[in-house]
Design a protein around this ligand. Structure first.
Ligand SMILES: *[C@@H]1O[C@H](CO)[C@@H](O)[C@H](O)[C@H]1NC(C)=O
Ligand SMILES: *[C@@H]1O[C@H](CO)[C@@H](O)[C@H](O)[C@H]1NC(C)=O
Ligand SMILES: *[C@@H]1O[C@H](CO)[C@@H](O)[C@H](O)[C@H]1NC(C)=O
Ligand SMILES: *[C@@H]1O[C@H](CO)[C@@H](O)[C@H](O)[C@H]1NC(C)=O
Ligand SMILES: *[C@@H]1O[C@H](CO)[C@@H](O)[C@H](O)[C@H]1NC(C)=O
Ligand SMILES: *[C@@H]1O[C@H](CO)[C@@H](O)[C@H](O)[C@H]1NC(C)=O
Length: 544
């Protein structure tokens, strides 16, 4: 303070003291007021008074202290959902989190009607995150997940900031197909994703839903496609098995014991939905010539094992041998071509011969062989001219034709004294001894001549008293009648076949025998009955 000021104050003090003697002892009140006080007139006008400014409390002179309005209580002074902020001489209010002031200012003093109201956080887009559903609460909000979303890192309801939870979309993973359908397209594997299916190759769609949708529960739903094989079950061929197959191709093969004759071995599923069957033909593994046999010593039969359409060329070769005729070789050959599967070739096989017959199927390059024996046939009856003689030494004539069985053939001349009804059995051995007269009239063999000794023609005189082949040609008795029978015999080992002819009748000069058996016939003749079973010849002589 400078000297002049002090002088002024002193002067002022002197004036006051001089002018107002009654209040001389009172101070200038206003001068003593606190910096944060105002000097006011007393209400009764009796002087001045120091009053602390608004917002301060104190005596107005020595201290004025800031009054804390907030101590009164935030709710009381600022209202609900507020925070009270004290300032020097004043205060202001802010809203709690989750609330906002109705005047849209950050701070307020409620004396103008401003209050804190709930903030609707749900108006903020995606406050709950993708797939989250916001629910506003008084002063807050909570989140849950939309269908197709699941809470992640927490439980519902959750608060995205506090819980760090969020909604995650449901993922169904890769869609599963139904049998015989394949995935065509997919929009996604998450909730709402759609997977389209089509039938697998070789199958046709018969009905049902052809798409799958990823559900809120994480499961694919909807696919009910019915699948049906386009061509149906794998086709089967006779005597074959399936080696390999997929839905459009089947590979066949012949089963054991069968072999593929021809044709394709693959069946294909055609675009029309029908199997185009393999043409494989499996035929039993059998010789191409089978069931070979000779029927009636004449015809050779066999079964051709071949594909039915084929023509096979066969050659039949046959060779005949004879034990009894070393020089004999019957070697012949025949060819034929045929589509038939049952074949017959008739061969001109000679009798009493062992044949080896070979049949070759040319294209199959297969030969089958069998042996067969031909049997001993009944020799042909000798060709003679029946004659009747009145001499006891008749000369009979025989012509013969050569026969392939000549090496085993001979002639026997039987002499039969005539009496009563006569039955001659051609197969009877006959007695070689004409003198054995056990019976009054016994037939005997007068001669046995081997055919090779005959040449083409022979004259034989009955009763010439000579020996022929060990048989005695005894003279005929005078006065008796005889029949002369010529027997041709074929004999090989145990087999013996013969045929007989009545060669002549010799009349005894003493009397004439008359036999009247069958009266009906008028002429003289003979009936020969050949009974094959017994190879017997029976003569019935008729005379009137
Ligand atoms: C008066 O109040 C003001 C602010 O309100 C403050 O800064 C100051 O210190 C106070 N003066 C005294 C003397 O207390
Ligand atoms: C699925 O089915 C619908 C009818 O249900 C049909 O129109 C559509 O072509 C089908 N899609 C396929 C890929 O087959
Ligand atoms: C079946 O196999 C054949 C031959 O390997 C092949 O070409 C065809 O695509 C296959 N089909 C299916 C449906 O797999
Ligand atoms: C045929 O063969 C058999 C057996 O080898 C033999 O016993 C028989 O005498 C033969 N027959 C002829 C006519 O060769
Ligand atoms: C062939 O002849 C012999 C003896 O002669 C006989 O044992 C065999 O059975 C005959 N074979 C045929 C096929 O006739
Ligand atoms: C058999 O006899 C006749 C006459 O009766 C004669 O012509 C013929 O030559 C004779 N044959 C033989 C082989 O002697």
């Amino acid at each position: 303070m400078d000297k002049r000021s002090i002088t002024v104050i002193v002067v002022l003090l002197l004036c006051v003291i001089a002018g107002m003697p009654a209040a001389a002892q009172t101070l200038d009140v206003c001068a003593t007021c606190h910096a944060n006080a105002t000097c006011d007139d007393k209400s009764d006008g009796s002087g001045k008074v120091c009053n602390c400014k608004y917002g301060f409390v104190g005596n107005g002179r020595t201290f004025c202290q800031d009054k804390d309005e907030c101590q009164i209580g935030a709710i009381k002074i600022c209202g609900q959902h507020t925070t009270c902020h004290n300032t020097h001489g004043s205060y202001y209010c802010t809203c709690l989190a989750g609330y906002s002031p109705s005047n849209n200012m950050a701070n307020f003093i409620p004396n103008d009607g401003t209050h804190c109201q709930d903030t609707d956080e749900c108006t903020t887009t995606e406050i709950c995150g993708k797939g989250g559903q916001c629910k506003n609460l008084d002063g807050s909000f909570e989140c849950s997940c939309h269908p197709g979303y699941r809470v992640h890192n927490g439980v519902e309801p959750f608060h995205p900031y506090k819980d760090k939870a969020s909604c995650k979309v449901v993922d169904c993973g890769q869609p599963t197909s139904v049998e015989d359908a394949v995935l065509l397209s997919i929009t996604g594997t998450t909730y709402g994703g759609v997977a389209m299916f089509v039938c697998d190759e070789g199958f046709v769609w018969r009905g049902g839903e052809n798409s799958s949708v990823c559900g809120a529960d994480g499961v694919w739903r909807g696919l009910t496609m019915v699948c049906e094989a386009k061509c149906g079950p794998v086709p089967l061929l006779a005597n074959s098995e399936v080696v390999w197959h997929n839905r459009s191709v089947v590979i066949h093969r012949c089963v054991n014991g069968y072999h593929s004759w021809r044709g394709s071995s693959a069946s294909m599923c055609g675009s029309s939905g029908v199997w185009q069957k393999a043409t494989l033909t499996c035929i039993e593994r059998k010789p191409p010539i089978n069931h070979l046999f000779v029927l009636n010593e004449k015809c050779v039969h066999w079964k051709a094992e071949k594909y039915e359409e084929d023509t096979e060329v066969y050659t039949v070769t046959y060779i005949g041998y004879r034990d009894y005729q070393r020089s004999f070789h019957d070697r012949r050959k025949q060819s034929l071509s045929s589509k038939a599967d049952q074949l017959e070739v008739c061969l001109n096989l000679l009798p009493v011969t062992n044949y080896s017959i070979s049949i070759t199927a040319l294209s199959a390059k297969f030969t089958a062989t069998l042996t067969t024996n031909t049997s001993l046939p009944v020799p042909p009856a000798p060709v003679v001219y029946y004659r009747e003689f009145e001499t006891p030494v008749p000369t009979l004539r025989l012509r013969r034709s050569a026969n392939t069985l000549d090496p085993i053939s001979l002639y026997q001349v039987f002499v039969l004294p005539v009496e009563g009804i006569m039955v001659f059995d051609c197969s009877s051995p006959g007695s070689p001894d004409p003198s054995s007269k056990s019976k009054s009239s016994s037939k005997y063999i007068a001669a046995q001549i081997h055919v090779t000794q005959v040449g083409t023609e022979m004259n034989f005189t009955v009763g010439d008293g000579l020996s022929y082949g060990g048989f005695y040609n005894a003279p005929l008795e005078n006065g008796r009648d005889y029949y002369i029978i010529l027997r041709a015999v074929s004999q090989w080992k145990a087999a013996l076949k013969s045929s007989c002819v009545l060669w002549a009748k010799v009349r005894g000069t003493s009397y004439v025998l008359k036999i009247s058996l069958l009266s009906a016939a008028a002429s003289v003749g003979l009936v020969a009955l050949v009974t094959l079973g017994r190879y017997s010849l029976t003569w019935f002589f008729k005379k009137t």
